[in-house]
Design a protein around this ligand. Structure first.
Ligand SMILES: Nc1ncnc2c1ncn2[C@@H]1O[C@H](COP(=O)(O)OP(=O)(O)OP(=O)(O)O)[C@@H](O)[C@H]1O
Length: 239
């Protein structure tokens, strides 16, 4: 049986008085990719923001391995091995690809169980980033910028990688290319993926959690999800 790496256990999160996540639980197992699905506004990004410490939940637990993350600051959560690629790819547009990767590098020892990533390791997964090494990041295509954003997160030596809608705004051909490199990447690291593109999510997912208005309406393997897809379709956006 796969061992749990990132565990989100019955969290409740609020924006002011607005209760957005209701007893949400999920487990990212070691070596697996979990796709977190749901319509616009279902609470997927909020769930990621809860994990990385931007919106600490009011109740529940978040653990990586044995370590409790609930209540920890975002820097500490990152140091304990949670890498985050937010929606909209935060890269430094005026720095080169090389510089973007190097400034993200963590010099301290990786968290227990994490790999130390070098720029060369990242470029082996994303050969485009080798070809474009000297180019300023702002001049890259959308797909390349997304790869760079993922590469920057890898340079922090995460144990688990959180990707928030990596395909957003990319042309279908580029999404296919991104899907191929993410398929390679998932051999190296456990991933929590938020994705509106169901085709991409199904190509990559081992496990699926489906949210509707901040509540889990399905949790299981991709195969179980696909079997129940006709009845679950109403909880998905039209993509
Ligand atoms: N900063 C905020 N302040 C108040 N409410 C917010 C804030 N951010 C999100 N919400 C609300 O929280 C709920 C969940 O939003 P969230 O962004 O997590 O959904 P999502 O599933 O990621 O959707 P999307 O695909 O549109 O990003 C929505 O009702 C949204 O309007």
């Amino acid at each position: 049986m796969a061992t749990s790496l990132l565990s989100v256990d019955r969290i409740n999160a609020f924006y002011g008085d607005s209760h957005v996540l209701h007893d949400v639980s999920l487990e990212v197992s070691s070596g697996r990719l979990l796709a977190l699905l749901g319509r616009n506004g279902a609470g997927k990004s909020t769930c990621m923001h809860a994990v990385v410490g931007f919106l600490p939940p009011r109740s529940g637990h978040i653990r990586i391995g044995e370590r409790e993350l609930q209540g920890a600051a975002p820097e500490a959560i990152c140091r304990h091995g949670v890498g985050f690629v937010p929606q909209g790819r935060r890269i430094f547009p005026t720095l080169t690809v090389y510089e973007n990767l190097e400034v993200a590098a963590r010099r301290s020892a990786p968290a227990a169980g994490a790999k130390r990533w070098s720029r060369q390791d990242v470029q082996a997964i994303f050969p485009r980033l080798k070809e474009r090494e000297k180019q300023v990041a702002g001049s890259l295509s959308g797909g390349e910028q997304q790869m760079l954003a993922v590469g920057r997160a890898l340079m922090t030596n995460p144990r688990v990688l959180l990707l928030d809608e990596p395909s957003e705004g990319l042309a279908p051909m580029i999404v296919r290319e991104l899907g191929n490199v993410l398929a390679e990447l998932k051999k190296e690291i456990s991933i929590l993926l938020v994705e509106q593109n169901l085709g991409l999510a199904m190509k990559l997912a081992d496990d699926v959690v489906l949210l509707n208005t901040g509540r889990v309406v399905f949790a299981g393997t991709r195969e179980e999800f696909e079997q129940r897809q006709p009845e679950l379709q109403r909880h998905l956006g039209v993509h």
